[in-house]
Design a protein around this ligand. Structure first.
Ligand SMILES: Cc1cc2nc3c(=O)[nH]c(=O)nc-3n(C[C@H](O)[C@H](O)[C@H](O)COP(=O)(O)O)c2cc1C
Length: 256
């Protein structure tokens, strides 16, 4: 090989290396922009998030033999914001979540609460502070298996509750945050007002079921919307078409 050929080849090698480095840098920089359409994009405010598949908690089958009547629950339901320092049993948590989104017909998948076009766009984020047999953290409720799927650890749960800010969540053993996914409604409804209206109505059904179940088992809570939903979305890692809509506590009341 002549000197000229060697010089030419080493020049080509340098150019090839530069091209590869530039291409890799471009891919690295552009990658995040291709993921912004995802409905489960994790926001930077979330830390210590566990993968949703880790930490499954199977709930006991709901015990329907222990409650008061529906009439009793309707008559005695009252919002409560001050609570006894008493844990909630895993059995009572199971009942509360079943009342919210439990599957009552396995063939159709229909649930305790009604849903527009039976699409079930809601997810329950269950912030556990004091439940026997369940580690503190935030879980999602999985109606199909009547189980909890761990979503955030105890520190993540504390951040979500401080973002909510209302005093009742500080002492409540459980705070349930209802989020809605707008994807299906956006496909099937002509206006964004209709999407929002249907989502909020569904959340209302769910939260009323929870409050009545709590009352029937001697518990109480308060339904609430007075918090910065965008901040709570951020701490839960919600984005895209997923948004927090409503929240409710579960506890033994000290103010009734
Ligand atoms: C949509 C909605 C939003 C609410 N938001 C809050 C809230 O942010 N904070 C609060 O302490 N209570 C909140 N409440 C509870 C009401 O203050 C309570 O339901 C009302 O005072 C009636 O009392 P009762 O629930 O005991 O019958 C809310 C209730 C509803 C239906």
């Amino acid at each position: 090989m002549t000197d000229k050929t060697q010089q030419f080849l080493s020049g080509k090698t340098v150019i090839a290396v530069i091209v590869i480095v530039v291409a890799l840098a471009a891919i690295f920089i552009a990658a995040p922009f291709f993921t912004t359409g995802s409905t489960h994009q994790t926001l930077p405010t979330v830390s210590a998030t566990l993968a949703p598949t880790e930490g499954q908690v199977t709930l006991p089958a709901p015990d329907h033999t222990t409650g008061g009547t529906l009439d009793y629950a309707l008559e005695h339901r009252r919002s409560s914001r001050a609570y006894l320092n008493e844990s909630i049993s895993i059995g009572n948590l199971s009942l509360i979540l079943w009342s919210a989104q439990g599957i009552t017909d396995t063939a159709s998948g229909k649930r305790t609460a009604p849903s527009a076009m039976h699409t079930y766009p809601l997810t329950l984020y269950v912030a556990v502070s004091n439940v026997t047999g369940v580690s503190p953290g935030v879980y999602t409720y999985v109606p199909e298996t009547n189980s909890l799927s761990r979503h955030l650890d105890a520190a993540g749960k504390d951040r979500v509750l401080s973002a909510i800010g209302q005093q009742q969540v500080r002492s409540a053993p459980v705070t349930i945050i209802v989020s809605g996914n707008t994807t299906v409604f956006k496909e099937r409804m002509s206006s964004s007002d209709d999407v929002l209206r249907n989502l909020c109505l569904e959340a209302g059904h769910v939260v009323q079921n929870i409050l009545l179940m709590e009352t029937s088992r001697g518990m109480a809570g308060v339904p609430f919307t007075g918090f910065n939903a965008t901040a709570v979305d951020g701490h839960l890692g919600l984005s895209g078409n997923n948004h927090v809509v409503y929240a409710v506590t579960a506890a033994y009341p000290a103010d009734q």
